[in-house]
Design a protein around this ligand. Structure first.
Ligand code: SAH
Ligand code: SF4
Length: 348
């Protein structure tokens, strides 16, 4: 494998030639096939609630956006999605939502985990923001075994430009949360947004090196997409165009596959928001996990972390059959009925 030091990463990210990109993707795909295999693993995604205590400057469901309806799915609705995931033969599901730290919500997640694990052999990933170590442990003991918490940007100065600077949005707390999750036994996933205002190729290279240094098990990253009801919208003239943001995201996926060959890397919905085949292109650039949206169609419109999110107006059956159909057309094998855990984690 080529020597991927910081300089090499930066030059790969600064480059914009399609030939260089194509060579990079095919090398990453080959490495993926040799290490984690050709299978793509599907995780049914349930967006449980868009209520959030945070005010991230980029996010459409931030606390201060009063122009969105707020919802919380009932436990029955989440269980229906779990049943659907199990019936489809997905090995796993992901429960994602705004950050909430009230006891009622924590208890609801705990009971849901116990209930789902008692009914179906699903692996469960949580993505519910920063919690105390005790809460991470409680959820782990109730049956969750993976957790996604993006660092958003590993460069502190950039992190502080895209978040309010206060105790609830502290960079240190975010990094510590990743350590706490590891301590509790989770497979730990993180990631960043790509094409943010003020972000340089060097920042992105440092993100890749951060993943390596933190020895993460999973990664989900994707292009930053604007939302007009957020403060960062005012900086939209500072970001690369959509095509370039997708191109950079695919390069990041491929470079990470070369840097960390045996981790799980997601092809994210934000890539699909730029190009209908964005997620499939990420798979051909080295990603091996895809998360069909199983959120109830009635509330999808309200979980718009960015505008023009794909799948609004679809229900679980449509989103998942479209996803599976596309993979079949591309002759990409799906790991039905398997958890598809990170090999990196198992080795550790
Ligand atoms: N509240 C949890 C999980 C839900 S948000 C958390 O923040 O960890 C999940 C991810 O959506 C965030 O990590 C962020 O990277 C992404 N996101 C938010 N706003 C976005 C935007 N405008 N464009 C692209 N991704 C966005
Ligand atoms: Fe809340 Fe997550 Fe959006 Fe931040 S990114 S405002 S924590 S949902």
């Amino acid at each position: 494998m080529r020597n991927l030091d910081r300089e090499a990463l930066i030059s790969c990210l600064e480059d914009d030639s399609p030939e260089v990109a194509a060579a990079l993707y095919s090398e990453a795909y080959r490495v993926k096939k040799e290490t984690v295999g050709e299978n793509v693993y599907l995780r049914g995604l349930v967006e449980i609630s868009n209520i959030c205590r945070k005010n991230c400057l980029y996010c459409g469901i931030r606390r201060d956006n009063l122009n969105t309806g707020r919802y919380e799915l009932t436990s029955e609705e989440v269980l229906e999605a779990a049943a659907f995931a199990a019936e489809q033969g997905y090995g796993s599901m992901v429960i994602q939502g705004g950050e909430r730290t009230d006891r009622k919500f924590i208890d609801k997640i705990t009971s849901l985990l116990v209930e789902i694990k008692s009914r179906w052999p699903l692996g469960i990933t949580l993505s519910l923001g920063e919690q105390t170590e005790d809460v991470y442990r409680e959820w782990f003991e109730a049956g969750a075994h993976r957790y996604l918490l993006r660092i958003e940007s590993s460069t502190r100065e950039l992190y502080e430009k895209i978040h309010p600077v206060d105790a609830v949005h502290s960079y240190e707390t975010r990094v510590q949360a990743l350590r706490d999750l590891r301590k509790c036994g989770y497979q730990v996933g993180t990631g960043v947004m790509i094409g943010l205002p003020f972000q340089t190729a060097a920042n992105l290279a440092d993100d890749l090196l951060f993943f390596k240094e933190m020895d993460i098990d999973m990664c989900g990253m994707g292009p930053y997409l604007v939302h007009s009801e957020t403060p960062l919208y005012a900086c939209r003239h500072l970001i690369p165009d959509l095509e370039r943001r997708l191109d950079l995201s695919l390069r990041m996926v491929a470079l990470l596959r070369l840097l960390m060959p045996d981790i799980n890397i997601a092809a994210t919905t934000a890539m699909q928001a730029i190009a209908p085949d964005g997620r499939e292109r990420a798979i051909l650039a080295g990603a091996n996990v895809l998360m069909p949206n199983l959120t109830l169609s009635e509330v999808r419109e309200d979980y718009q972390i960015y505008q023009n999110k794909p799948g609004v107006g679809e229900d679980a059956a449509i989103s998942s059959s479209r996803t599976e159909q596309r993979l079949r057309e591309m002759k990409i094998p799906i790991g039905y009925g398997q958890w598809g855990d990170s090999r990196h984690y198992r080795k550790r």
